[in-house]
Design a protein around this ligand. Structure first.
Ligand SMILES: O=P(O)(O)OC[C@H]1O[C@H](OP(=O)(O)OP(=O)(O)O)[C@H](O)[C@@H]1O
Ligand SMILES: O=c1cc[nH]c(=O)[nH]1
Ligand SMILES: [Mg+2]
Length: 210
């Protein structure tokens, strides 16, 4: 697994505001969208493109266009939905699949309550989006859903990751072509499985349930 941790003052600045407990849901939502566009820039570095010839007002030249079949973007509901608009702004032709997952707050095990993905992912570049990589249970399960459909090229984008989650994802995807792009690698998990320093419960902060 290749891991890329963003090291850019704009990203760190926006994450600092996101972490602040006084940041309101509307600001949290718009910062999440802004952050994902910055992380998508790194995450799509190897997006497949084909050469294309076009006419400028001055001459004929060659450029590139995103290859077919289109990339697939998969937000993990709920919190991953907060990153969808930012991601599709950067990849407007992408298809969107959905996985609904909720972590049991006692066992920390994820359960899957919704799934809508194309049947065959063998020739698709897949981008999974979820703001939080904590124990890694949810993201590992999501990536294995994609492997089960034949995916061989998977990139996950998270705003924050814990070392425990990175290690768990690495272990569960050994021998596979997986990229992980993080806005920051935090210190650890606390006794409740929350990322420290973290930002709290991303879903609740996005959708105002606290
Ligand atoms: O790495 P893990 O230990 O599995 O934890 C991370 C998961 O927890 C959060 O979702 P949550 O289960 O809170 O659901 P929500 O998005 O509906 O709030 C987060 O968005 C991840 O999906
Ligand atoms: O810190 C955490 C851990 C899991 N899920 C969250 O939303 N936040
Ligand atoms: Mg949550």
């Amino acid at each position: 697994m290749r891991v890329h941790v963003a090291d850019h003052p704009l990203i760190t600045h926006k994450l600092t505001v996101l972490r602040d407990r006084t940041t309101t849901s509307p600001v949290f939502r718009s910062l999440t969208e802004e952050l994902v566009t910055l992380l998508a820039y790194e995450a799509t570095r190897n997006v497949r493109v084909d050469p294309v010839t076009i006419e400028t007002p001055v001459t004929t030249t060659t450029g590139v266009t995103i290859s077919q079949p289109r990339p697939l973007v998969v937000p993990i509901l709920r919190a991953g939905l907060g990153m969808l608009e930012g991601m599709t702004t950067m990849l407007p032709t992408a298809e969107v699949g959905f996985l609904g997952m909720a972590r049991n707050e006692e066992t920390l095990e994820p359960t899957t309550y919704a799934e809508r993905l194309p049947d065959d992912l063998s020739d698709r570049q897949c981008f999974v989006i979820d703001p939080m990589l904590a124990t890694g249970g949810s993201l590992s399960a999501a990536v294995h859903f994609l492997f089960d459909r034949g995916a061989v090229d998977v990139t996950a984008i998270c705003l924050l990751g814990a070392p425990e989650g990175v290690a768990a994802l690495e272990k569960s995807t050994q021998g596979r072509d997986v990229n992980l792009v993080l806005g920051a690698l935090d210190e650890r998990l606390d006794e409740n499985g929350y990322i420290v320093p973290g930002l709290g419960d991303a879903g609740d902060r996005l959708y105002g349930t606290v």
